[in-house]
Design a protein around this ligand. Structure first.
Ligand SMILES: O=C(O)CCCC[C@@H]1SC[C@@H]2NC(=O)N[C@@H]21
Length: 249
């Protein structure tokens, strides 16, 4: 059976935009339901911690805008929901479950290289969120050049390296459908099954990794992810639960 656009999800497609994240911010108040904003080209795409995101045409770039009802800490767990949906879409389109893995908090790796990144941004006031924007970039065809990346970053890769040519529109359909399924799982059963599924695909679980926060660096055994989505690292100074960091292998 061919994949269908998920019921209840809107779609806005743009030829060119500065960033689908900025477009999501401009449009959020006018959107009544979950909506994907997808662009063929972005002129000012950005990633986590304000880094530039290279977005050559032929790769996938989109932002899903949601109107969440939960507390902010629950809303933030959608970073794992989105990562799993990305994983699902990649497997559905390539048939290669063995090739992909997940890197905390929300990168998708292909044979250990960075295939896709996710960026979350929320808007709201007084402890209540009015909207959540989940930005997703996937190297379908091209990878950024090494000179555009930090020397310590995981090297980039693309789906093309698997010998499959996937058009952005086809990827969008598969991703939107996978996201809708994972979102339903999350809102019905909570974070538990999402966390289990994420851990089953986690890269370097049980191995020694380094997490760099704004102020500190921790190296230790990657013991898992807790019920709040924190990275659990067993270090020589004890077990650390880390809420936000860049991870290095
Ligand atoms: O790994 C990261 O740092 C996250 C990268 C997120 C990039 C996507 S591309 C679509 C959306 N628009 C942006 O400007 N950023 C996100």
């Amino acid at each position: 059976m061919s994949t269908k656009w998920p019921e209840g999800y809107g779609l806005i497609t743009l030829d060119s935009v500065d960033s689908t994240m900025l477009e999501a911010n401009r449009r959020a108040a006018t959107l009544a339901g979950p909506t994907w904003i997808i662009a063929k080209d972005q002129t000012a795409a950005h990633g986590r911690r304000g880094r530039a995101w290279a977005n050559p045409k032929g790769n996938f770039a989109g932002t899903l805008v949601l109107q969440p009802r939960e507390a902010p800490e629950t809303v933030a767990l959608r970073s794992f929901v989105a990562a799993l949906a990305l994983f699902d879409a990649c497997v559905a389109l390539t048939g290669r479950a063995d090739a992909f893995s997940l890197k905390w908090p929300n990168d998708v790796l292909l044979h250990g290289g960075k295939l896709a990144g996710i960026l979350l941004a929320s808007a709201g006031q007084g402890g209540r969120l009015d909207s959540l924007a989940i930005g997703i970039g996937v190297n379908l065809r091209d990878t950024p050049s090494a000179s555009d990346l930090e020397s310590t970053a995981v090297g980039p890769t693309s789906l093309q390296t698997l010998g499959v040519a996937i058009e952005p529109d086809d990827f969008a359909l598969e991703l939107a459908s996978a996201y809708a399924r994972r979102e339903l799982e999350f809102t019905t059963y909570g974070f538990g099954p999402i966390r289990e599924a994420w851990l089953a695909k986690a890269a370097r679980l049980g191995e020694v990794i380094t997490a760099r926060t704004v102020r500190e660096e921790y190296t230790g055994s990657f013991d898992g992810v807790d019920a709040s989505g924190n990275l659990i690292l067993r270090t020589s100074k004890g077990t650390q639960a880390i809420a936000a960091a860049d991870v290095y292998f």
